[in-house]
Write a protein of this length. Structure first.
Ligand code: 6PG
Length: 250
């Protein structure tokens, strides 16, 4: 695993650099393998990135039609619900792209949680032509970081943290009073590249713990994202970086 850390002066500059990076990786994947698999993050941080990428919808040099779109996690709501991660990305970005609906591999949050997880796992395997025990090699996974150290919907103390076989889990999240649907470490850690995008002063404390504190992924699940045969990139704005020592020692 190779790991890097980059700090950008503002969240806007972070989003602009991330937009260029997404396009760059999609192009590289399509040149190398004729297709690209992109896993989107939920939450608010990536929304400015998604808006910037929407502005490139008509850019003929971006191979949008060769991308397979996945999600790192989803809430147990239908796609039109304001909490839906799919709905958020669809409304600001994906609805504007020249892409075929069958390329959108949505997590069906409207279904009972375990059924949605099983269906999403089958869909990942089908879309990527994976064998029964084969792990997905997503070209790029975008992730955020919660102030409690969660990422995707891998929350502190969750039984999903110990999942080593299934690609998708449907853990009960007590602090939310609901189930969540999430890729597991086996799915995340087999990726070719993982980019954490973290912005805002409210993330500075947890970021310092994640990056410079003791390795305790049960308490700080983001620490468990370590793509063995891939790249790990932490892209931050100055507010989130706070007083972090900038030399990468991941
Ligand atoms: C979600 C995300 C979650 C998010 C973090 C950070 O569904 O909410 O997958 O893991 O990335 O909670 O959220 P913000 O970007 O809103 O701070």
């Amino acid at each position: 695993m190779t790991a890097t850390l980059r700090v950008f002066p503002t969240a806007g500059e972070l989003a602009a650099a991330a937009a260029d990076e997404v396009v760059h990786r999609l192009r590289d994947a399509v040149v190398a393998r004729g297709r690209a698999s992109l896993v989107l993050a939920g939450g608010s941080t990536p929304m400015s990135l998604y808006q910037l990428l929407a502005a490139r919808a008509d850019d003929p040099t971006v191979p949008w039609s060769a991308v397979d779109w996945f999600w790192g996690d989803e809430r147990t709501v239908p796609p039109e619900h304001p909490e839906s991660n799919f709905g958020a990305a669809w409304s600001v970005w994906l609805s504007k792209l020249p892409i075929a609906p069958e390329r959108l591999h949505r997590i069906e949050g409207e279904l009972p949680a375990e059924e949605a997880a099983a269906r999403y796992e089958r869909e990942i395997r089908r879309a990527l032509s994976l064998g029964p025990a084969e792990l997905p090699r997503f070209d790029l996974v975008l992730l955020g970081l919660g102030t409690d150290g969660h990422t995707a919907s891998l929350f502190p103390g969750s039984p999903a943290l110990s999942e080593r076989q299934r690609l998708v889990a449907a853990p009960w999240v007590a602090k939310l009073g609901s189930h969540r649907l999430t890729l597991t470490y086996p799915a995340l850690n087999s990726a070719r590249a993982v980019h954490f995008l973290v912005a805002g002063a409210e993330k500075a404390e947890v970021l310092a713990q994640v990056m410079r504190g003791p390795f305790q992924p049960d308490l700080l699940p983001a620490q468990g994202v370590r793509p063995e045969r891939g790249e790990l990139h932490w892209w931050l704005d100055e507010e989130a970086a706070g007083t972090l020592d900038r030399t990468p020692t991941l």
